[in-house]
Design a protein around this ligand. Sequence first.
Ligand code: AP5
Length: 230
Amino acid sequence: MTPDVRPHEKLDRAVIFLGPPGAGKGTQAKELARRFSVPHLSTGDMLREHVAQGTSLGQRAQPIMARGDLVSDSIVLRMVADRIERPDCARGFVFDGFPRTVAQAQWLGALLRQHGFKPPLVIHMVIDPGLLLRRITGRRMCKVGGEIYNIYERPPKVAGHCDNDGGELEQRADDREEIVGPRLAAYEKQTAPLAAYYRRLGRLRDIDASKSVDEVAKLIVEVVSAARQP
Ligand code: AP5
């Protein structure tokens, strides 16, 4: 992957990954967060953790996620507000899967201003829709550390186990082929309009997400570094 960050490099802002299911947001957001030593905030991962732990929030979210719809703002916004107040977010953070509606984006803009952050940088993952089904149905995630694999594109060294910690790999409940259509429809209707919203604000940067993982990572680092120039 990309070379390690130099010690003086700081992110100092929120970076948002925007793109359809399977575009590679999680793969790239984790890598960028690691590079700048800031938290990777995936609302999907947070919700899946609540579901796995059987919390009341998880019980409300589970049927909604299982059919590929968006979870309500009342659930998601509280979760995000609590998370970015933690001290580890003070030097910036990387959002993956949030915001997902214009209302969420407006709410986030106000929250970032309130916490004294610069306006966010939005990485728009642009991809040929024909690639998405294979990426989604081929995805497997480590039960222990959440590392993302793909049985077609990025297989682990030992089938069914994570290269990092040996954890068992599992398929997400919403990655079944019959749920992919509803998820893509929810994206087109509720989330795709965010691209125009952030483009108008001058915050959007288009990235060709059809390329290899390493090529996409390199493009993202270039865009983020350029945005950090004075
Ligand atoms: P969430 O977990 O956010 O899922 P998503 O947006 O549907 O995105 P995915 O995780 O499916 O894809 P990705 O773009 O991260 O791709 P990845 O890097 O894994 O949300 C799940 C659900 O939670 C939602 O449906 C909703 O119900 C709820 N939710 C979450 N946030 C919400 C919010 N803010 N508001 C309301 N509801 C919310 O890559 C995919 C695969 O491709 C992997 O196998 C990977 O190895 C492979 N891959 C990645 N990049 C490449 C590449 N360049 N070349 C080849 N293969 C690649």
